[in-house]
Ligand binder design. Structure first.
Ligand code: SAH
Length: 361
């Protein structure tokens, strides 16, 4: 077992099983050995590749949606352009360039803000953005965002925010936790807490023994805080991730290392640990703050935003190798067998202030 694994095992030996949510938070954000605090996750040489790392077209189209939402609200003064969970900073770099080119009005009056929980990734983002024009500012959480109409994007943020899991045992749903087996290895166990029946998906009482349901209060809390700001001060939010429309039954906790699935209990902190996003729950959290929420697949969103036209334009000035790379990027971002269908896009905004193609609940 690695160093973080030994520390987790010692904690469990002393205090009893650790909930899946606490285990996930520890693996991802432990200050000394956490995945996002110590590793370089992104790109071909890392563990996984995200949409902004595939092509600049992704950030360009996201920026245009946020700009259109700003215009739909009457182009309010002093907007905030924010990204939460910016990874390497590539999406922000592409958005800033696009906004400066398409709307000097917006770019000159906006504050550009990054919300990042990992100090190490913040340093990576500072390097990426060093030569990228406007002054950028960083905050650790959404609570500290500056005032003003908030235009915020989060790509593959929510899948990295911990979920709670509950496992069916008899007629009860007990909170799933990580404990130790006789040999001192980490194993899943049924913990002490149980889930309120009102939170169970339909059909849960017929589900087989050992079935798992996931709920993510930490994700809803982040969404609620963002939505509250947008409801009070204007703006819009766009969140892209892989997920489903819940509530549903199923264990989606997964570890990915070097572009392959790994065992989530093996080598804690060495692999990315995520769980699929329940978009209905996030939309519900935004609606509870009075916003509208519109959902579609990433493929439909990017195509409607003009991905093919943009690819054609970029390809027109490119050589054959580069044209092939652009075609491949389009397929990866929007193809139904790739990110096009599994990934969804959730837009949240005040009534009537969305932008095409995310306009209505
Ligand atoms: N958006 C990037 C990176 C996705 S990885 C991309 O598409 O390439 C997830 C990112 O979210 C990392 O930067 C991680 O440190 C950050 N993160 C996770 N939880 C967070 C939280 N609660 N607040 C802010 N950032 C968070």
């Amino acid at each position: 077992m690695n160093r973080l694994g030994r520390r987790i095992a010692a904690l469990i030996a002393a205090n009893g099983p650790m909930t899946v949510a606490d285990y996930m938070a520890t693996c991802l954000f432990d200050p000394e050995d956490g995945y996002y605090t110590t590793r370089e996750p992104f790109g071909a040489a890392g563990d996984f590749t995200t949409a902004p790392e595939i092509s600049q077209m992704f950030g360009e189209l996201v920026a245009i949606w946020l700009l259109e939402a700003w215009r739909a609200a009457g182009a309010p003064s002093a907007p905030v352009l924010a990204e939460i969970g910016p990874g390497r900073g590539t999406l922000m770099k592409d958005m800033a360039r696009t906004l400066r080119r398409l709307s000097p009005d917006f770019a000159e009056s906006a504050r550009f803000v990054l919300v990042e929980a990992s100090p190490r990734l913040r340093a990576v983002q500072e390097r990426t953005l060093a030569a990228a024009g406007p002054a950028f500012e960083w905050h650790e959480d959404v609570e500290k965002l500056p005032r003003g109409p908030l235009h915020i994007v989060g790509n593959e943020l929510f899948d990295a925010v911990p979920v709670r899991q509950y496992v069916k045992l008899g007629q009860a749903w007990r909170e799933r936790a990580v404990g130790l087996d006789d040999a001192g290895r980490l194993v899943f166990v049924a913990g002490a807490g149980s889930l309120d029946a009102a939170l169970l998906p339909p059909g849960a009482n017929l589900a087989p023994q050992g079935s798992v349901v996931e709920i993510a209060p930490a994700r809803s809390a982040i969404m609620a805080r963002i939505a509250e700001r947008i409801a009070g001060e204007g703006g819009a939010g766009l969140f892209l991730d892989y997920g489903y429309e819940g509530p549903a039954i199923g264990d989606t906790l997964q570890a990915v290392s070097r572009h392959r699935f790994a065992d989530p209990l093996n080598d804690p902190g060495a692999a990315d640990l995520t769980a699929h996003v329940d978009f209905s729950a996030l939309a519900g959290a935004a609606r509870a703050e009075g916003l509208e929420a519109a959902l579609m697949t990433q493929g439909d969103f990017l195509i409607e935003m003009g991905l093919l036209e943009r690819a054609g334009r970029l390809g027109a000035n490119a050589g054959e190798t580069e044209r092939e790379a652009i075609r491949e990027a389009v397929e990866r971002l929007a193809g139904p067998g790739q990110m096009g269908r599994l990934f969804r896009v959730l837009g949240v905004f005040s009534r009537g202030k969305g932008a095409y193609p995310l306009l209505k609940s």
